[in-house]
Design a protein around this ligand. Structure first.
Ligand code: SF4
Length: 246
């Protein structure tokens, strides 16, 4: 019997952005291109994982060495652009170290891949970090390499709600805080979830899964996001995208 697909936040987010992009990526499985901002984010994620696996921020020079060894240069247009990004990563890491507080919780999960059933489907996620606090409560932490936005993206809210479900299923505990740490702002925001708002978001994710499973056409959804689409050169609708800048 065929294994049911597992639905991750990024898989759902891709369909919500554009069903045709989803089709290229998950049905036709065309290769994706490397983007500098993704390489930057991945380098920081690996660095923070290693730092916290070895006891958390200690000497900054050790953290900077970890960043250099975790660094990936894929997607940068020039060596100069990559060098600038590495400097920015070091600056950002220095601020992370400077603001690190012993009041932080203790990480109990780092870059953990979890899956769990939800109704008749499987949800999947790789969770950056889960902390246990002194009062025994759990905090889910997701790192974003960019700056803190004025309003949270619905995809981010959906991602945290799915992580909540996965942690609850794995640890049989209810996480109390659901946080996004914006590394370029060095600021953390916790989402004001309630039990009912969490369920509402999960229901929305499930509706997207139903739409995916019933979709026969994967109609392109053209917008400015087409300028950042890995599959624009394959897509019949890409030329209809509005100009990149408003
Ligand atoms: S180019 Fe635009 S419409 Fe085409 S697949 Fe990509 S995001 Fe969708």
């Amino acid at each position: 019997m065929a294994r049911k697909p597992q639905y991750s936040p990024s898989r759902l987010g891709t369909y919500q952005t554009c069903p045709r992009q989803y089709w290229f990526q998950y049905i036709r499985k065309l290769p994706r291109r490397a983007w500098a901002n993704q390489s930057f984010g991945n380098s920081l994620h690996r660095t923070l994982q290693q730092i916290h696996e070895t006891g958390g921020p200690g000497k900054l020079e050790d953290g900077l060495t970890t960043l250099e060894s975790a660094w990936t240069g894929a997607g940068y247009a020039t060596r100069e652009q990559e060098a600038e990004a590495l400097l920015r990563g070091k600056d950002l890491l220095a601020r992370y170290y400077a603001d690190w507080s012993v009041q932080e919780g203790t990480p109990i999960l780092l870059e953990k891949r979890l899956s769990a059933p939800y109704k008749d489907v499987m949800l999947l996620g790789i969770i950056d970090r889960v902390d246990r606090h002194a009062d025994e409560s759990l905090e889910i932490i997701d790192y974003k390499s960019g700056t803190m936005p004025e309003t949270l993206r619905p995809a981010t809210v959906q991602q945290l709600a799915i992580y909540h479900h996965l942690i609850q299923a794995r640890l049989e505990e209810t996480p109390r805080r659901h946080s996004i740490h914006y590394l370029s702002s060095n600021a953390r925001i916790s989402l004001p979830f309630t039990e009912s708002s969490l369920q509402e978001v999960l229901e929305g994710a499930y509706e997207t899964i139903r739409a995916i499973e019933g979709d026969q056409r994967y109609v392109p959804r053209v917008d400015r996001h087409c300028h950042f689409c890995d599959y624009a050169r394959h897509c019949e609708a890409a030329d209809e995208a509005p100009p990149r800048e408003a």
